[in-house]
Design a protein around this ligand. Structure first.
Ligand code: NAD
Ligand code: TDX
Length: 332
């Protein structure tokens, strides 16, 4: 199978490309990535020499580049996105461009080239905050922040290409991923790396917001399963089944690193901060997936990875990131 992966140089995409090459000897991957601040060639340095892997530097909004990269592909797995909620709150132009217009360009090209499967990688955020129970795939979309709104719009275009044009689209909606190669703007890698540096861990609001944490390798296995065995036109929630309050996550990270809780710094809340995400994942369980990693073991492995990969994240926390961090947290 020849797969076009978009956004393969980011966090989940790079883990997915590595997973596919390691587990499917007969698969080839083309990775189309614009290399924004979140895309990093270092994430896939170890597979660069694999003859089944090809990197294409390009923008998913560029129809000609998309057509070239997609030519001959049996399937598309679409990760490329602007993915950070706080960044979308500061300005959402790029979110609209990439997550909506870029998704449309990919769908339209896949229709033209008659691609056999299109996996739209989406998020639990499209359901909005869930006070009680768990979101199911047929629930109404109720996004709160501009990032989530742009992902919901992408999902609706994807659905419409299945319903109207018969493009074999599948949507995955996963909960919060954590693991190796996550850009340190997101809570888990930000907190781990700040703690290693003995810097404060900025905890939003009362710290009681709940996220359902999913180890990135478990998500890659779920996406792989959906890609090969999912049903056309279906949506699959992928939840880790581990609901944890942010304050608890923060304390666990500090404990794993042997750092004091005094590093926790309560800061002003994120505007529109969803209180809780929760997914009903029975549909993908019925397909045969369940997370293989326990939250405790996966968090420990993740902390260990950032400890042993300072050369990966230290350069990311300088330059452009420093300016973002100063802007994001200075007035909180
Ligand atoms: P990321 O920010 O780490 O990576 C995004 C990648 O997309 C980068 O390599 C970037 O260079 C690339 N990209 C951005 N704009 C592009 C464009 N216009 N053209 C080509 N490439 C472009 O993101 P991530 O955390 O790996 O998320 C991957 C996908 O999974 C996203 O669609 C996101 O919405 C979804 N998702 C993420 C999580 C999570 O917890 N991280 C949870 C659920 C869903
Ligand atoms: O500095 C911080 N302090 C803090 O308390 C940051 C960056 C976050 N938080 C809180 C906000 C959230 O409740 O931690 C929680 C997790 O925050 P993020 O890592 O920014 O993730 P979230 O906003 O939940 O969105 C993530 O999961 C869904 C991904 O970034 C999205 O791409 C995905 O769709």
């Amino acid at each position: 199978m020849k797969i076009l992966v978009t956004g393969g140089s980011g966090f989940i995409g790079s883990n997915f490309v590595r997973h596919v090459l390691a587990t499917h000897p007969d698969h080839a991957v083309v990775n189309l990535d614009k290399l924004t601040y979140a895309g990093n060639p270092e994430n896939l340095r170890d597979v660069e020499s694999d003859r089944r892997y090809r990197f294409v530097h390009g923008d998913i909004c560029d129809a000609a580049a998309v057509r070239d990269a997609m030519a001959g592909a049996d399937a598309v797995v679409h990760f490329a996105a602007e993915s950070h909620v706080d960044k979308s709150n500061l300005g959402a132009d790029e979110f609209l461009r990439t997550n909506v217009s870029g998704t449309f360009t990919l769908l339209d090209t896949a229709r033209e080239l008659k691609v056999g499967r299109f996996v739209q990688v989406s998020t639990d955020e499209v359901y909005g905050s869930i006070a009680r129970g768990a979101a199911r795939e047929a629930d109404l979309l109720n996004p709160s922040n501009p990032y989530a709104a742009s992902k919901a719009a992408g999902d609706l275009f994807a659905r419409s290409y299945w319903t109207t044009h018969g493009l074999p689209v599948i949507i995955t909606r996963s909960s919060n991923n954590f693991g190796p190669y996550q850009y340190p703007e997101k809570a888990t890698p930000l907190f781990i790396t700040n703690a290693i540096e003995d810097r404060p861990l900025p905890l939003y609001g009362d710290g009681r917001n709940v996220r359902d944490w999913l180890y990135v390798l478990d998500n890659c296995e779920a996406i792989d399963l959906v890609l090969h065995r999912g049903r056309d036109g279906e949506i699959y929630n992928i939840g880790g089944g581990t609901e944890v309050e942010n304050a608890e996550l923060t304390r666990r990270i500090l404990r794993l690193l042997g750092k004091p809780e005094s590093l926790i710094q309560p800061v002003r809340d994120r505007p529109g901060h969803d209180r809780r995400y929760a997914l009903d994942s029975s549909r993908i369980h019925d397909l045969g997936w369940t997370p293989r990693h326990s939250f405790d073991a996966a968090l420990e492995a993740t902390v260990a990875w950032y400890r042993t990969h300072e050369a990966w994240w230290r350069p990311l926390k300088s330059g452009q990131f420093k300016a973002y961090y100063a802007r994001q947290y200075s007035n909180r």
